[in-house]
Each structure stands twice: as C-alpha cells, then as structure tokens.
Design a protein around this ligand. Structure first.
Ligand code: PLP
Length: 411
C-alpha cells in the first residue's frame, strides 16, 4: 500500500486547496470558490494569478485597501521594536492611540480590545456596571434594548439577542437581560425602555441585515429618548464607522453623539484585529482594575497600526472619497433599477442591492460577479452587499457596476 502523496503547498491549485480544506476546516463558512494568494490596494490575486476587484473589503475591515503603505510601514516598524507586553505593564504606543482615537470620535476614553464581538461584549459589561453603580438598577436586573435583525457578533451572549435562527439555534441556553424591538421604530423602543434599562444598543445602519438605513430622525430620536429615560445609547459602528458612509461615524449623518461607540474591523487596517469601546469618562470610568481585560487588547502592534489608521482618517480624505464616490455608486445602482435590481439602499461606499429573485439567489449573482473578476458577497436571500475599499478609483467602481450589469443582463 502506498501512502497518499501530499501535493506540496506551493504547487497546489485553487481546486486542490478548496478540496484540502474540506476534511480539516470547520464548516462554519461557505466561501465563494476563489483562493486568494496576494493583494494590493483594491485588487486581489488568486493562486492561478487571476485578478479580482475587491468589492467587499473584508466586510469593511479593509477600508483603506489591502496593505495600505502607511499601515504596512507602521506595522513593520513596530514588529522590529515591540509587539506584546500584556497590560501587566505599560507600553509606549497605547497612550497615543487612545488619545487620537478619542479625539477623532469626540469621546473621552478608550477601552482597547481585539475583535468586534469582544468590543460588543465589553460594551455590554460596561453598560451593566454603569446601570448598577451610577443609575442604581437593582443587582442583576439590568436590561439592554436591542433591535431585531441586528448583527453584533457570534459569542453566546451576543447570539442570545440575535433574531437570526441560523445564528442562534443549537447554542442555548442564552444570556438573559435583553429586549428586542423592531429596528427604526421609536415607539416600540420607548415602550421597551424602563427603569431597569442600562442601554439601547443598535447599529446606526444595519450591515448584515442588508445595509438597512433607518429613517431620518431615528438616530436623533434614539439619542433624545435615551437622554430623557436616563439610559446609555451604544452605537455599534464596527462596520458602519471609520469612513465607510462618507463620515468618520455613521451617527454623524444625524449629528448624534452616542454615550458609547463600538469600533472594530477597519480599526486594525486589515492587518491585525483591533477593536475598541470608546465613550464618556463617566461611563467607561466605572471599570476598576481586575474587572475586565484582554491579554492582547491594546498591544503595541495593534496600537501602532490603530494609530496609523486614525492618522489616515484625521485627514478627512477617505471620508470625502466615500461621500463623492458614494454618489457614483448610487447613480450607477439607480441605473440598474428595473434592469435586474429591484431596490437598493446606499450610504457612502456601502450598498445593499436587492436583486430580482427570478435572476438567481444572491449567491448565484456573487458567483457571476466572480466570473467577471469582481468579489462581492450576498447577505440574505437575493441581497448583495457592496463595500469596496475607500481607495477605489472612479474607473474601478464604474467597471464593477458594469460587471454587475452584465451579470444581471444574463440572468
Ligand atoms: C462584524 C461585526 C461585528 C463583529 O465583529 P467580529 O470582529 O467579527 O467579532 C459586530 N458588530 C457589527 C455591526 C459587525 O459588522
């Protein structure tokens, strides 16, 4: 009997690599059949050297494109100096990161974490602690009001208040203390908030739900209501924030300043996971030593890359690009309405595009786009999400819209 020969990694084709994953990799994703080997800016290249325009940008983790030179340089420089201390000691990069991130977002204090879900979990813990220590909610009675169709991550507590059965089923028992109300419904929110409410936690635009944008007045209404009721407004800007919508934060479109912001994804520049809870001093100030932490949170490599990300956003250039090119995206999508697109929602360089279900599922359309050299991903049913790097050129954006038109035309 001969032992099966392993094909050397470097000579494996895309098909080999996809087959090789099947027996050894948990099946919690269903990726499109492309195996990316390298990338630069808005372009990725697969194992065979085929090039694709990236219209997903790592779900907004790559707002500045792949391997932005300033971010790669910051990472390289830090790799050569210091990468991890743990928070048992101070490191010389963290103060600047926190100062500049707080300044950029108009808040006072930063709690550095790693992934988005950790920022959400940390925000929940801070809100509960605030409810007991400051608001005076009786022990273990704090509630947090959230919106239906939310996406805040994948931990057991976070899926406890998801309304997506695929994300929840089989993972109970769930964490109590959450009330779910319809999104974009101030009356329902008002009815759910009471003296036990620590916070209202919402996405200013619901990304995974299909880039669902609330009516004008909703976010300012949430702000007004939470002020009046004496509870916190926590905005999960993990996907909507950091330039995506044409502003630094999506809440800025309504001139709203939440008590707590949750940031992640693009904060790590597509290089390392960096997330943060950013908020007012009287809120984040409730945490005392030992009450919360993370071995990697605020590590010097993350802080160096995060600072470089903040530095890019301080110029306003990316927010401006997202706003200007967002108009090109919107006009291009408007031209496709009734030509395969049944509707769309967009803000800045971010769009949820509902495809005529007769033309195929969102996945089939994404497969078609892949064939045209464009990477995009469906969200639910027949909705495609477009979120290119904010570094995309107008010509590239127009070419992606052309590819979508061709795919829809064939349907
Ligand atoms: C992606 C996302 C998260 C979770 O972030 P992870 O880094 O995947 O844990 C939370 N909230 C929103 C709005 C997101 O888009």
């Amino acid at each position: 009997m001969t032992a099966p020969t392993r094909v050397p990694v470097r000579t494996r084709t895309s098909a080999d690599l996809i087959r090789a994953e099947e027996p050894v990799l948990a099946h919690n994703y269903h990726p499109l059949p492309v195996v990316v080997a390298r990338a630069e800016g808005t372009w990725v290249e697969d194992v065979e050297g085929r090039r694709y325009l990236d219209m997903l940008a790592g779900y907004s983790a790559l707002n500045f494109g792949h391997r932005h030179p300033a971010l790669v340089e910051a990472a390289h420089a830090q790799l050569d100096r210091l990468t991890l201390t743990s928070r048992a000691f101070h490191n010389d990069r963290l103060a600047e990161f926190a100062e500049r991130l707080a300044q950029l977002t108009g808040q006072d204090m930063v709690l550095p974490m790693n992934t988005g879900a950790e920022a959400v979990e940390s925000g929940i813990k801070v809100a509960r602690k605030w409810a007991y220590d400051v608001k005076g909610v009786p022990a273990d009675r704090a509630t947090i009001v959230v919106a239906a169709d939310n996406f805040h991550g994948r931990t057991t507590t976070i899926v406890s208040f998801s309304t997506d059965e695929t994300a929840r089923a089989g993972f109970g028992p769930f964490t109590p203390g959450f009330r779910v109300v319809p999104y974009n419904d101030l009356a329902a929110l008002e009815a759910a908030v009471d003296e036990t409410t620590a916070a209202v936690l919402i996405e200013p635009i619901q990304g995974e739900a299909g880039v669902v944008i609330p009516d004008e007045g909703y976010l300012s209404g949430v702000r007004e209501l939470t002020h009046r009721e004496g509870c916190l407004f926590i905005a999960d800007e993990i996907q909507s924030g950091l330039g995506r919508t044409g502003r630094t934060l999506a809440v800025e479109h309504e001139g709203v300043v939440p008590d707590v912001l949750l940031l992640g994804k693009a904060l790590g520049g597509g290089i390392v996971p960096v997330s943060a809870v950013v908020g007012r001093r009287d809120v984040l100030g409730v945490l005392r030593p030992g009450e919360h932490g993370s071995t990697f949170g605020g590590n010097p490599l993350a802080a160096a890359v995060g600072t470089a990300v903040v530095e890019l956003l301080e110029t306003g250039e990316f927010q401006r690009r997202a706003a200007e090119l967002g108009a090109v995206l919107r006009d291009g999508l408007a031209d496709l309405v009734a030509k395969g697109v049944v509707g769309f929602r967009s803000r800045g360089l971010w769009a949820g595009v509902d495809i005529d279900p007769a033309l195929g599922t969102g996945r089939e359309i994404s497969q078609g786009l892949l064939g045209e050299g464009v990477l995009a991903k469906d969200t639910h049913g027949s909705t495609i999400r477009l979120a290119p790097p904010l570094t995309i050129t107008e010509a590239e954006l127009v070419s992606a819209l052309g590819a979508l038109a061709r795919v829809l035309g064939r349907g």
